[in-house]
Ligand binder design. Structure first.
Ligand code: ADP
Ligand code: MG
Length: 282
């Protein structure tokens, strides 16, 4: 018997105006503590999927299907009732940390605000919890970071502060939308390592969105492959790497695995493996 999922997305479709739906018939589940990667190229519908789960799509988006968090249906919930879910049971880390940070407020206070908002904690214990959380995301000098303004920190440090904000209320699920895409490779590795550690420490599940298969394989046990608004392949990370089924996935794996490139050969691109059907044929 498998445990009931934390998040159960069924037949999710999101359309804007008269354009073909940006997300079409997407179904997947996330188990408690599971790390699920959602991979696909730019424009494939990854962010729209995550915003649908967070209830952050604009009013003019038409959302059908079902998104269940535990026993609760999220599709059709009011903004107000979604606000209780956001930041408490589900939190999100975006690509650009400055979207989540207030440039005029010291970092420690910003992390404390998140804590107060949802846990109603007192000021004293909040400070201690904030410093402990900043240490958890890898800062040796949490006091200094707490007293810094965002602009006094590097991009990678800011993303770690945002990670502290996302995890301080012990959410069940953290949605990460390309959190390391804007960072240098070495900084990216550090942020991923920290994320990996705090997800385990806080016992949180993760939906990790990226266009980079190498990144997803470092963090996630399972992978969904999205193409033009649809899930075209799902499997464990090992299955996806060892036996990719869809031509698009084969292209992704080949480009992530340099050992498949013949000596002196050119790096394959996804286009070598997958040709899109003509616009009218879909
Ligand atoms: N608010 C919006 N209004 C209209 N179209 C949108 C909106 N947000 C996203 N889209 C469209 O939905 C598609 C999927 O976008 P997105 O989910 O952001 O892709 P990804 O995150 O995979 O790069 C794109 O064609 C995009 O232009
Ligand atoms: Mg996106």
């Amino acid at each position: 018997m498998t445990a009931s999922p934390l998040l159960d997305v069924r037949d999710l479709t999101v359309a804007f105006g008269r354009r073909p739906p940006a997300v079409r018939g997407v179904s997947f589940t996330v188990a408690p503590g599971q790390r699920l990667g959602l991979i696909g190229e730019s424009g494939s519908g990854k962010t729209v999927t995550s915003l649908a789960i967070m209830g952050l799509l604009p009013d003019y988006a038409r959302v059908t299907g079902s998104i269940r968090l535990g026993d609760a249906e999220l599709v059709g919930r009011s903004d107000r009732s979604m606000a209780e879910v956001r930041g408490d049971e589900i939190t999100m880390i975006f690509q650009e940390p400055m979207t989540a940070l207030d440039p005029t407020m010291r970092c420690g206070r910003q992390v404390a605000e998140v804590l107060r908002l949802h846990a109603g904690a007192e000021a004293g214990p909040a400070r201690e919890r904030v410093l402990a959380m900043l240490a958890e995301v890898g800062f040796d000098d949490p006091e200094r970071v707490a007293d810094s303004y965002p602009h006094q920190l590097s991009g990678g440090q800011r993303q770690r502060v945002v990670t502290a904000m996302a995890l301080i209320n012990s959410p069940d699920l953290v949605i990460c939308d390309e959190p390391t895409t804007a960072l240098d490779v070495t900084v990216q590795a550090r942020v991923l390592q920290v994320l990996d550690r705090v997800l385990t420490l806080e016992n949180a599940a993760c939906l990790f969105i990226t266009h980079d298969l190498a990144v997803v394989s470092q963090l996630c046990s399972d992978i969904l492959v999205m193409l033009d608004g649809e899930i075209v392949e799902a499997g464990s990370t090992a299955e996806i790497f060892d036996a990719p089924q869809h031509p698009y996935t084969r292209g992704l794996v080949a480009t992530a695995r340099l050992d498949l490139v013949p000596p002196g050969g050119r790096l394959p691109t996804v286009d070598d493996f997958y040709t899109r059907p003509a616009e009218g044929a879909r």
